[in-house]
Each structure stands twice: as C-alpha cells, then as structure tokens.
Design a binder for this molecule. Structure first.
Ligand code: UT7
Length: 322
C-alpha cells in the first residue's frame, strides 16, 4: 500500500506589515474592535510588483530544501488559490517556469479558503495511485488585491502569504484520510462579484470587492469546522485524544475558539496564526502548519488534523501523521 507523507514544508510572508494602528488611519475602526472581534493584530501585504507566483516560489524553495529535493524531483504541482497571477495560464505552470521545474502535471484548484486542503487531498490521490513520486503542493494568496480598502467590514480581516509542502510516497502514513465537501446554496454569503463570464467589464469600477455576510458566515463556519473534524475522527475510529495538533483555517480567533470548544479540544493543542497573519485564505493552513513545525511544537510521528472552510461554501480535512 502506498501512502503519501509530508517530506518538507515552507512559508513565505511579504515583508510589509499592516498593523491595526495603520488601519485606524485608513478607515473608521479601532485596534480594540479588530482584536476583540477577530483576534487579528497584524497582516502582511504583498508589494505592488509581487505576484502570487512569487510568494509561491519563495515558499516552495524552503519546502524543497527542507525535504531535500531538487526541481528535477518534482513531478506534480498543485496550487490552491483564489488570487492567481492570471486567468490563464494557470499559476502552477507559471511557478513551474519560474523555478525551472521540468515538464510535469501542473494545475490550480479554486476552493476559496479551502483551496490548500483540496490541493493536498488531490496530490495525496496522485501519490497513492503510484503516478506521482514528488508533489509540490501550495496554498497561496495575494487576497488583499481583491479588497476595497474603504470597506471596514472586510479590509481589516485579510492578509497575503504562501505555504508549501512536498509530498512523497511512503510505506506508512503519512496522510491517513481526506474529506472534502461543498454546498453551493451558500454562494451569496461570501463571494467576489467579478469573473470571466460574469461582469468582467465591471472590474475596477467600484463593485469589485469581497462581499461577505460576516455573521452568517461565522455561524456556518463554526458548525461546519466542528463537523468536519468530527467526520475525520469518526471515519478513522479516533477520538480527540488521538490528535496532537488541530490546524484549522485561520479566519477569526473567535471561530477557532468556538470550534475548539464545540469539539472539546484544548486551545493549547490548536495552532493559531490568525493574530499575526490575518485571514490568508488558501495560504492559512499550510503557513500555520509550517509555523508549528518550525517552532518545534509539531514533531515527527505526531497526528495532525488540518481543516478549512471557505466561500462556496467549501470545506475539507486532512488527517495525517507528520
Ligand atoms: O475565511 C472564510 C470565511 N470568513 C470568515 O470566516 C469570517 C466570518 N465572520 C467573521 O469573522 C465576523 O463576522 C466578522 C469579523 C466579519 C465581523 O464580526 P461580528 O462580531 O460578526 O461583527 P458584525 O458584523 O456583527 O458587526 C458589529 C458592528 C457593526 O456595527 P453596528 O451595526 O452594530 O452599529 C459593524 O458596522 O461592528 C461594526 N463594524 C466595525 N466596527 C469597527 C464592522 N466592521 C468594523 C470595523 N471596525 N472594522
């Protein structure tokens, strides 16, 4: 039986930091409101000339070094993102070209904040099938390009970044299970109104900003993230005691706390980065994973539960032994 196993991780955050104090000068908000409602203290913002693929390349290089692999080894690239460089070619091919990775399958998946979980789950299946020997899997966003900096209800929430993992075959898990889901009936609660076949001409004309019904998204997020974690545990006959670390999507500290409480998971076993990264959409889970590994909390052999929830709504989990 072939399993897939995380051989290395990396993250990259743009240099520029935007603090709550900075935002106080831009919109009618306060550090106190942002901290108490979201837990966020700062977020990183990409520079004008940075593309999402640049963030990906930086994170990928670190993950490849960590895994001890070279560009010649990579035979699959999957990127979860909602903010690709271009509509096409897909961002994975741009990364492939920038890094000099030889010809291989390269594609992106769009599942909003769940993008990385969808990407990791897909790569797992390629490896298990025997088709892939070394996958580069990335979650990345320059989501702040989609933000209306005059809309205080959304501009305080988001940040940019990229997280990458190298996935390789192994005789033992590795990834134990993945579960993906979506329910399109919620599309109007969180969306971006401009697309290729919908309203493309309106881009830049004022109505192109993230639309979010915050309260309703909050409630479904807590319910779904709790259920997603439970689904993964039940499918494997495990209990919360078997999980060393929960690594949830980092949208709002209150959502993370409420989910942990619902599950009965102590916050000490939950990796939290929302305070310093903000909501980085598809980049949040792989960056949180990398933070936990590099600061020494997450150790080889431990059991991790990764989960995310986002626009669509989409959701998913990956249960794995690191
Ligand atoms: O990434 C995947 C999906 N996204 C999420 O999971 C986000 C889910 N939602 C949330 O995190 C929260 O709903 C928010 C952080 C977006 C909002 O927090 P809330 O506690 O639900 O606040 P609210 O929307 O109910 O707004 C409360 C008040 C309102 O004023 P009134 O109507 O009570 O007078 C807002 O106008 O806070 C006001 N408000 C602000 N005040 C200061 C909204 N944004 C701000 C702001 N600064 N930035």
């Amino acid at each position: 039986m072939i399993y897939s196993r995380i051989a290395g991780t990396g993250r990259y955050l743009p240099e520029r930091i935007l603090t709550n104090a900075d935002l106080e000068k831009m919109v009618e908000t306060s550090d106190e409101w942002i901290r108490t409602r979201t837990g966020i203290e700062q977020r990183h913002i990409a520079s004008e000339d940075q593309r999402t693929s640049d963030l990906c390349v930086n994170a990928a290089k670190i993950a490849m070094e960590d895994a001890g692999v070279t560009v010649e080894d990579i035979d699959l690239i999957i990127v979860g993102t909602t903010s690709p460089d271009l509509i096409f070619p897909n961002i994975a091919t741009i990364i492939q070209h920038k890094m000099g990775i030889p010809a291989c399958a390269a594609f992106s998946v769009e599942a909003a904040c769940t993008g990385f979980i969808y990407a990791l789950s897909s790569a797992d299946k390629f490896i298990r099938s025997g088709d892939t020997k070394c996958a580069l899997v990335i979650g990345a966003e320059i989501i702040t390009k989609l933000i209306d900096w005059e809309d205080r209800s959304t501009c305080v929430l988001f940040g940019d970044g990229a997280g990458a993992v190298i996935l390789k075959p192994s005789d033992e898990p590795g990834i134990i299970s993945t579960h993906l889901g979506a329910d399109g009936q919620y599309k109007d609660l969180l969306y971006y109104p401009v697309g290729v076949s919908n309203n493309l001409a309106a881009a830049g004309l004022g109505d192109s900003r993230i639309m979010m019904s915050g309260n309703e998204v909050f409630k479904v997020a807590v319910k779904t993230l709790g259920a997603v974690a439970q689904e993964a545990l039940d499918a494997n006959g495990l209990s919360l005691d078997d999980i060393d670390w929960l690594i949830p999507h980092q949208a709002n500290l209150r959502i993370i706390q409420a989910t942990a409480k619902r599950l009965g998971m102590p916050m000490e076993k939950v990796i939290q980065t929302v305070q310093i990264h903000g909501n980085t959409s598809a980049a949040s889970v792989p960056m949180a994973l990398d933070v936990g590994i590099r600061d020494g909390r997450i150790k080889r052999g431990q059991t991790l539960l990764l989960e995310a929830f986002g626009g669509g709504f989409t959701w998913g989990s990956v249960l794995l032994k690191y």
